[in-house]
Ligand binder design. Structure first.
Ligand SMILES: [Zn+2]
Length: 76
């Protein structure tokens, strides 16, 4: 269990929610509001990508990715 990774995952989840919310709102909008929300969803998406990159970089550096259990490190 890595606290830092937990925090990064939480940020990633928040970013995903923000992107999702913007996309949902877009479906109900038109005109200026649509333009504004499209920009908001783009920035939410790039924020998500940034969070994801930070998470992956942390996992590589710290070796705390739960999907790559330590047992695989014992081979050879
Ligand atoms: Zn970690």
């Amino acid at each position: 269990m890595c606290e830092e990774r937990d925090k990064l995952l939480e940020l990633l989840l928040e970013a995903a929610k923000a992107h999702d919310a913007a996309l949902r709102a877009i479906r109900r909008c038109e005109g200026k509001e649509l333009e504004r929300l499209t920009a908001a969803s783009e920035s939410a998406r790039s924020n998500y990508n940034e969070c994801y990159a930070v998470l992956v970089a942390h996992e590589r550096y710290h070796g705390c990715n739960e999907e790559a259990p330590e047992s695989t490190a014992h081979e050879a």
